[in-house]
Ligand binder design. Structure first.
Ligand SMILES: NC(=O)c1ccc[n+]([C@@H]2O[C@H](COP(=O)([O-])OP(=O)(O)OC[C@H]3O[C@@H](n4cnc5c(N)ncnc54)[C@H](O)[C@@H]3O)[C@@H](O)[C@H]2O)c1
Length: 332
């Protein structure tokens, strides 16, 4: 029997999840979208198993797994409603913009014995997973430093950026909650949680919004020193995440779909490419991984606890930039 999936919110990422869960061939997918015209269009395009314009109707129809693709302030209330029906929940990033209801969600997930994962999609990237395994196997010695350099021209990819959640921090917008959070979560997966940080950020270029489009952060992950820079306006679309160890260096290059490593000083990179990674491929891998977890075949890629930690970092970055001081991320 296919899994009965309900995708809530059929905007940019919701449509992608509908397409990519269907591509696993392990799911039938229903859609819940408050915009009735969009709901109908998407339901027809993907021959959805059901189409609903309210959360209550969608949940009443019955789903084994609910994928939450609405703006961040709705993630927790919607996840709690879904969990109360006994469904597993897969929540888009960021987990939320504050701590409201998160402890309650965790308690309800525990009580219902369902799964709750967060869609930090880099964890599904075979290059990042392979690099993590190599680091854990000691390929580069002990990690001592993590360096991320990231940028892309956001308006090229989201022309409507002025009119969506992105235009306000309260709805999950700005470079920190929208984009840097992916990189922080990936880095924490590689070298452990951020233990303190100091941040600088500004709105420099993007027209029609006032949220930050450029951010620099210095971190400590315990003894590991970190440095992150990200902007949402440069021409090149490039994201690199480098881990420097006592005996070598490993680098994840999203735009090249590979990771690479170098051990001998002054030698050349040894490339570990992952061919055939179209953008949807990553999301199909992520959908498959979540269904594997539901089927008891593997653990969740990003359980709630890891996303809570990254939420603490998001909020600490915003706080640090406001205060101009080092901040210790704290779980709410
Ligand atoms: N993982 C990724 O790569 C990635 C990419 C884009 C967005 N996201 C995240 O996904 C979330 C959604 O982003 P988006 O770009 O798809 O936004 P979007 O604005 O394109 O889509 C959101 C949709 O949710 C619908 N919606 C709002 N309230 C609803 C309700 N009560 N019931 C049903 N539908 C409702 C809206 O009508 C809209 O169609 C955000 O948290 C964002 O950060 C993640």
């Amino acid at each position: 029997m296919p899994h009965r999936v309900l995708v809530i919110g059929a905007g940019s990422i919701g449509e992608r999840h509908i397409r990519c869960f269907l591509a696993t061939r392990r799911a039938q997918v229903a859609v819940c979208e408050v915009n009735a015209q969009l709901c109908q269009n998407i339901a027809e395009r993907y021959r959805a198993a059901g189409a609903f314009t309210s959360l209550e109707e969608g949940l009443d129809a019955g789903a084994d797994l609910v994928v939450i693709c609405t703006p961040a302030p709705l993630h927790i209330p919607m996840a709690r409603a879904a969990v109360r029906t006994g469904a597993h929940v897969f929540i888009e990033k960021p987990l939320s913009t504050n701590w409201d209801g998160i402890a309650e969600l965790e308690a309800e997930v525990q009580a219902r014995q369902v799964l709750a994962g967060v869609a930090y999609v880099y964890r599904a990237h075979p290059a990042l997973a392979a690099m993590r395994e190599a680091i854990q196997d000691g390929r580069i010695g002990d990690p001592v430093e993590v360096v991320a350099q990231c940028g892309q021209h956001f308006p090229l990819y989201r022309p409507a950026y002025r009119n969506i959640y992105y235009n306000s921090r309260a709805t999950g917008g700005g470079a920190v909650q929208d984009a840097l959070t992916h990189i922080i979560n990936a880095a924490e997966w590689l070298v452990g949680p951020v233990t303190r940080l100091v941040a600088d950020l500004d709105h420099l270029v993007l027209e029609g919004v006032t949220v930050e489009d450029t951010v620099h952060v210095l971190t400590r992950h315990g003894n590991v020193m970190g440095s992150y820079s990200l902007n949402q306006h440069q021409a090149p679309n490039e994201t690199t995440l480098t881990v420097i160890g006592t005996r070598g260096t490993a680098r994840f290059e999203v735009h090249e779909s590979r990771w690479r490593w170098m051990n001998a000083p002054g030698s050349t990179w040894i490339d570990e490419p992952i061919p055939g990674m179209a953008r949807d491929t990553l999301f199909v891998l992520q959908a498959d991984a979540f269904l594997d977890a539901v089927d008891g075949q593997s653990p969740l890629l990003c359980p709630l606890a890891n996303a809570r930690q990254t939420l603490a970092v998001n909020l600490a970055i915003l706080q640090s930039a406001e205060q101009g001081t080092w901040v210790t991320p704290t779980l709410g």
